[in-house]
Design a protein around this ligand. Structure first.
Ligand code: DC
Length: 221
């Protein structure tokens, strides 16, 4: 039977880096569900749809064909046949993803895809509602968080290293707004599942967090 580890938490807590490491260690597939919401958001941006127009978002998401493939150990997201990995990591797409992911039709479509992926393959899946909605029966659930200051600082350094000029205060404001929206939306808000283990990565290295998750998983299975 397929095994699963669910990792939820706010933006910038290090979920994707850690989930990828844990998956690599266990030989599981890493599924980045945020990338699917980002691909959907890119589609909405391309169609010129307003983030607040839920009627148009519902009508438009039907024609977005989002599929996932794993190539050389990396998840590749296809939007209507096009590899969009290189287009979905911008702040604009991230903010649109946070806004359009409040939509019930968008969520239904992507949750179904995520559940299908985990049916036959062992996965480490990260997102906001994995432990609560997508994989309620996951073998291990982690709620990974870090302080807003630490998360903003990490994002600032990541962007600066890439040569992107940015403003720390603006990043902090963006993260705070995104957290609020993700935690207060009506459908599938970001909350810690009752049976999830809380890990605060503020004072931990990536390796320490990954080791802790592996230790918890091995204790359980
Ligand atoms: O993890 P991320 O920053 O790539 O996610 C982008 C947005 O997508 C996030 O702000 C909220 C939404 N999202 C979601 O609602 N549910 C998920 N399982 C994953 C992401």
């Amino acid at each position: 039977m397929a095994s699963s580890i669910a990792i939820d938490g706010p933006a910038g807590a290090g979920k994707s880096t850690i989930a990828r490491m844990v998956a690599g260690e266990l030989g599981f597939i890493y599924v980045d569900t945020g990338a699917m919401y980002r691909a959907m958001a890119l589609y909405m941006i391309k169609k010129g749809i307003d983030a607040g127009d839920s009627g148009k978002i519902s009508a438009t998401c039907v024609s977005a064909d989002i599929t996932i493939k794993h190539e050389n150990g990396e998840q590749v997201v296809y939007l209507n046949g096009e590899n969009v990995n290189g287009l979905i990591r911008t702040e604009e797409v991230g903010n649109m993803a946070s806004a359009s992911s409040v939509n019930a039709d968008v969520r239904r479509k992507l949750v179904e895809l995520q559940q299908k992926l985990a049916e036959t393959t062992s996965v480490v899946m990260d997102g906001r509602d994995i432990g609560t909605v997508v994989l309620p029966g996951a073998d291990l659930k982690i709620y990974l968080t870090a302080s807003v200051e630490v998360r903003a600082d990490r994002r600032y350094r990541e962007l600066t290293e890439k040569g992107v000029s940015c403003d720390l205060e603006a990043i902090k404001k963006d993260i705070t707004e995104r957290d609020y929206r993700d935690m207060h939306r009506e459908i599938s808000p970001l909350v810690q599942a009752d049976d999830a283990v809380l890990v605060d990565s503020s004072e931990m290295t990536i390796k320490q967090v990954a080791d802790r998750i592996l230790e918890l998983y091995r204790e359980r299975v």
